[in-house]
Each structure stands twice: as structure tokens, then as C-alpha cells.
Ligand binder design. Structure first.
Ligand code: AKB
Length: 314
């Protein structure tokens, strides 16, 4: 069957790179980008206005374009969710339920992003397994874990073919940094290139799992297009590339900015969130089930980020 995608949250961090890649692989006529607040004027492709909190609009768009794959990327990240727990609950969880209900009614395949934020302080920190203690203590983590269980429920009860990935911190140069815990690793480039220094909200040894966006986009397309029989996890798959701390990224950045200096100005709220998350992730299940393999190393990612952000802001 022809694969036709409707992407909600198409102009956010993941959508800004996933949508052009879907257009490249499947044709512009097969990708409908749905945005809410920030729709770029120069977007080249099918674009519509709508939100996960407007299910009737989304259902109409699916009928209009006859799409059979629904990708719901609309999400508050961790820091924004702590500052607005009600908004996070609405968008991350009720928004997901709206899309699952539409998928159930119209027999659509669904992709929805989860996060390493599902893990909490009681989870084993190193090489965190796929199946483990999962007791998140942030609103973001609570919505993501509840969302994972909701996805699995819709699969078990109604056979909705829903697929999901627990993304680590994602590094991209196309979208500006936003209100997430791992976003310090994007801010550091903008501040470092402008001022040769950066005030870091995390302690120097705070290790967090991270990934270059191109790998995340390839993984997303791989899981969406994998044969149904290969998807054995219907909550969400662990995914990993590398981990680093603020001290490690600062050292790497000094290769390009020899005078760069990092200052540690700890933000207790962000530090607390980071301390509740894993240092590293075991993603062997994604590798076994649908052949996931990252391509970009830590060093290569920093090189690409530096070059492109420099070009963008100078
Ligand atoms: C965040 O920091 O909130 C996100 C995430 C790890 O899900 N980047």
C-alpha cells in the first residue's frame, strides 16, 4: 500500500528534519505537515494548520488527504513541562489519546515519540535496560510513561499499529534550543561561538545519553517502515548513540574554540531532572528487532554542530 503521512508538530525539533527526509524518501505529495503556532512561510510541501488538541480538524485532514500513517510529534519538553504541568498533561497525554482514537477509528499506523525521561531515580543508571524499574518523577516523564502504556493498550485491545522510540537528548542545528534538560548541549554552541564562554546549568560530571538528529530521523523512518512482525515492544524502544557530560562537550568544543570557557552556574530544577535520568542506555532490543545502528559518533556530531551553527549565526 502507498505510504502517506500526516505529521502533527511538523515544525518542532524532530519534525523540522523528519518532514524533509520523509518528503525525500516518499515524495512531497505523500507528506502532509501540520503545524500549530510556528508555520514557516517558505515551507515547500503540503501544509495545514491544526493541533493534537483539535481532533476534529485532524480527522478531517486525514480524510482530505487519505493519509494512512499518523505521526504525532507534538510535545512539551522536560523543563517546559515542569513549569506548566497542566499544559504538558494536555498536549503530551490527552493529545496522544486524541490521535490514538483517530487511528483506531480510521485504521492508521501511528508513530509517537517517548523519551529517556520515562526513567527515574530508582532505575539502574548505567546501560539502562529496555525492561526495568520505571518510576519517573517529572511531569514530562510521567506523561511519556503513561503515554507508552496507552500506546500498548491501544495495540493490545484494538490492534492499533503504534510504534515508539525513547529518544535521548537530540542534537540538531536547524531549530533553536528550547526548554529541555539536554538542550544545554545546543545552547553551548550558540553562546560559545558568540562569547567564547557558556554558563552551564548542570554540574560538570552530569552524564546524559545523546544523539545526532540525522540518526534519530533514520531510526524513526526505520521503525515506521519495519514489518509489523519485527515490532515486539509496543510501549517504546530504548535508543542510544553516545553519552557525554558538560565537561566532555566543553573539552571537545575547545578543539574549535581554543579560548572557550565553561562556567558552572547550576540551575537546581534542571540539575534535579538530569539527576533522575540514566547515564547511558542499552538499546540492544531495537538493534535486534528492527536493525537499528547509529552512524554518528560524539566527535563527528560536535564537528557538524559547530560548523553549521557557526555558519548560521555569523
Ligand atoms: C528534554 O531534555 O526534555 C528532551 C528529552 C531528553 O526528552 N530533550
Amino acid at each position: 500500500m502507498n505510504q502517506k503521512f500526516l505529521v502533527i508538530g511538523a515544525f518542532g525539533q524532530i519534525g523540522s528534519e523528519l518532514v524533509p527526509t520523509l518528503q525525500k524518501y516518499f515524495g512531497k505529495e505523500n507528506v502532509v505537515a501540520v503545524g500549530h503556532s510556528h508555520i514557516p512561510k517558505n515551507f515547500d510541501g503540503i501544509v495545514e494548520k491544526g493541533s493534537v488538541l483539535e481532533p476534529k480538524t485532524i480527522a478531517k485532514l486525514i480524510d482530505k488527504y487519505k493519509t494512512n500513517i499518523l505521526i504525532n510529534l507534538a510535545s512539551f519538553l522536560s523543563v517546559k513541562s515542569e513549569n506548566d504541568p497542566e499544559g504538558a498533561f494536555q498536549t503530551n497525554l490527552l493529545g496522544l489519546k486524541n490521535t490514538l482514537d483517530i487511528a483506531k477509528e480510521k485504521n492508521l499506523k501511528v508513530f509517537w515519540p517517548s523519551s529517556i525521561a520515562v526513567f527515574g531515580p530508582t532505575t539502574p543508571k548505567n546501560q539502562t535496560p529496555q525492561e526495568t524499574i520505571i518510576e519517573p518523577t517529572t511531569m514530562y516523564g510521567v506523561t511519556k510513561r503513561a503515554g507508552e502504556l496507552l500506546c500498548q493498550y491501544y495495540f493490545l485491545k484494538w490492534g492499533v499499529d503504534v510504534r515508539s522510540i525513547r529518544y535521548p537528548g537530540l542534537l540538531d542545528y536547524k531549530t533553536p534550543p528550547s526548554a529541555g534538560t539536554t538542550e544545554y548541549a545546543k545552547y553551548i554552541f550558540y553562546e560559545g561561538i558568540k562569547n567564547n564562554s557558556y554558563d552551564c546549568p548542570l554540574k560538570e560530571d552530569t552524564m546524559l545519553p545523546m544523539m545526532y538528529m540525522e540518526d534519530a530521523v533514520e531510526a524513526t523512518i526505520q521503525i515506521i517502515t519495519a514489518q509489523k512482525e519485527k515490532i515486539n515492544v509496543r510501549t517504546s524502544y530504548n535508543l542510544a548513540a553516545f553519552s557525554f557530560s558538560p565537561k566532555m562537550i566543553a573539552e571537545e568544543l575547545k578543539k574549535y574554540l581554543p579560548k572557550f570557557k565553561i562556567n558552572y552556574k547550576i540551575d537546581p530544577q534542571i540539575q534535579k531532572i538530569a539527576d533522575s535520568w540514566p547515564n547511558s542506555i542499552d538499546d540492544s532490543k531495537a538493534k535486534e528487532d528492527w536493525g537499528w545502528q547509529p552512524k554518528f559518533s560524539f566527535e563527528k556530531t560536535i564537528e557538524i554542530m559547530f560548523k553549521n551553527i557557526k555558519e548560521k549565526i555569523q
